[in-house]
Ligand binder design. Structure first.
Ligand code: NAD
Length: 477
């Protein structure tokens, strides 16, 4: 009997008439069926959330925090099973899926802790008035997330939203619904009341669109592509509700000649091969000074050649892409490039014939591409790195800022004045100096500028994101 993934609404599984295949990207096998929920199931979930939310918001903060801390412990307890499911659904190497589960637990622990220290302000308007602010939950929060880090993305939204007294309806990505449903079951076990966390799997244009249009959803959180983000923002505008959009990226490493090149080569490699390059904050552009270009390209190419490929559950360096569709998308970019030198990779399939049925792509490095080439401008979402050489700081900055996106960026230099000067000028939501990586830093406010979106998740800032401020003015005399 193939596994059937159903919505979890008000603490119970919801039967759904239609299903679609859950496909293992490592070999194309159908590993289960997923409920194709639609507007009716979304409506049921939103009603359940609306019913549960007032009592949850009225629960003392300490008790909400305790429930989230218990949920963190349950995610830790089930880490191996969650990681295996995540690895099979996404194709990502098992050790990366384990790390994702650890970060997921950390979100619940972190927001369980910090929410108890959150409070409003008093404002000194005058001796005859007492003015204070309250940070109130929105009510029902709708979250729609992508397939690349399903467990992490679901956890970061659910943790901050429920910590602040909201109830959640989450629509996981079409390809990766299972760990989100498992998380909702763990939330119940941890003592979050029925209806506070609801998960409705289905297709984006059906369940996703229904969630964005539902009149009782008071806040929308979206993680996905810029194209879909625009649709979500339109739907939010129609109903005049706020949206937080965490969208794509084309993040750059900017490497100066005085950098620690070994450290840079290591981070550049990791940041584009992690999750097969299917990371919003992947370091997909290497903006490198001409003086160290050859050395750095050679160091990264050596690491690319040494990469092992295989099914995620076998824990190689690099698993398959999430789907054949994604593989074709990567192929389109790599075969369509009209500039630069292919140093390693390309569109040849892996030599190992056992990988033939999977959505694999070899690590690919193309040196010296035209900065306007689509492969240097658009999000490829595969293990594909392009280099863009520069001569001086101004050119480096222009190249780094020269795409529609602005998610994260990294500077590699020993010159601290230059690092701080450029950190202020880079168009990005996060800037790293001599390091790279946003994934695990649950404490770090995260989000984009330009086409990478708006609003911030993670960190204490997310508490403000999931609440609205009410100002209360009391006349004293
Ligand atoms: P996508 O936009 O295709 O889908 C994202 C989610 O939106 C899915 O759950 C999908 O079912 C849903 N959706 C699709 N159409 C919809 C509609 N009309 N209405 C409502 N929902 C709809 O993106 P994807 O391919 O799943 O994910 C990859 C993208 O996500 C990349 O661009 C990546 O950079 C981005 N991403 C961003 C972050 C971040 O935090 N900034 C994190 C991870 C991924």
């Amino acid at each position: 009997m193939p596994e059937l993934t159903l919505p979890l609404v008000a603490g119970s599984s919801l039967p759904v008439a239609q299903t679609y295949d859950n496909v293992d990207p490592a070999d194309g096998a159908v590993i289960g069926q997923v409920a194709r929920a639609g507007a009716a199931e979304v409506d049921q979930a939103v009603r359940a959330a609306a019913h549960a939310q007032p009592a949850w918001a009225a629960t003392p903060t300490e008790q909400r925090a305790d429930a989230l801390t218990r949920l963190a412990a349950l995610v830790d307890r089930d880490r191996e099973q969650l990681a295996r499911t995540e690895s099979q659904d996404t194709g990502k190497p098992l050790s990366q899926a384990r790390a994702d589960a650890t970060v997921a637990a950390r979100y619940f622990r972190y927001y369980g802790r910090v929410v108890e220290a959150a409070y409003g302000d008093t404002i000194p308007l005058g001796p005859d008035t007492h003015v204070y602010t309250r940070h109130e939950p929105y009510g029902v929060v709708g979250c729609i997330v992508a397939w690349n880090y399903p467990l992490q993305l679901a956890s970061r939204s659910i943790a901050a939203a429920t910590a602040t007294g909201n109830a959640v309806v989450l629509k996981p990505a079409d390809e990766t619904p299972r760990t989100a449903v498992a998380l909702a079951a763990l939330a119940l076990e941890a003592g979050l009341p029925e209806g506070v966390v609801n998960v409705v799997p289905g297709l984006g244009a059906e369940a996703g669109a229904a969630l964005t249009a539902h009149p009782q959803v008071a806040h929308l959180g979206f993680v996905g592509s810029t194209e879909t983000g625009r649709l979500v923002a339109h739907a939010a505008a129609e109903r005049v509700v706020p949206a937080v959009l965490e969208l794509g990226g084309k993040s750059a490493h900017v490497v100066f000649p005085d950098a620690d090149l070994e450290a840079a080569a290591e981070a550049v490699t990791r940041s584009i091969l992690q999750n097969a390059g299917q990371t919003c904050s992947a370091g997909s552009r290497l903006v490198v000074h001409e003086d160290v270009r050859a050395e750095l390209v050679a160091a990264v190419a050596d690491r690319f050649r040494a990469t092992t490929l295989g099914a995620g559950l076998d824990d190689p360096d690099l698993g398959p892409l999430v789907s054949r569709r994604q593989q074709e998308r990567v192929r389109g970019y790599v075969e369509g490039v009209s500039s630069g030198d292919l140093v390693v990779g390309g569109s040849a399939p892996p030599e190992d014939s056992t990988l033939a049925g999977g959505a694999f792509w070899l690590p690919t490095l193309i040196d010296g591409v035209d900065p306007q080439d689509p492969i240097a401008q658009e999000e490829v979402f595969g293990p594909v790195l392009v280099t863009l050489p520069f001569q001086d700081e101004a050119e480096a900055l222009a190249l780094a800022n020269g795409t529609a996106y602005g998610l994260i960026a990294a500077l590699w230099t020993r010159d601290l004045s230059r690092a701080h000067r450029l950190a202020g000028s880079l168009e990005a939501g996060q800037v790293f100096v001599n390091t790279f990586g946003a994934g695990g830093g649950v404490e770090l406010p995260f989000g984009g500028v330009k086409a990478s979106g708006y609003g911030r998740e993670k960190g204490v800032e997310a508490l403000a994101g999931f609440t609205r401020t009410k100002t209360v003015v009391v006349r004293l005399s």
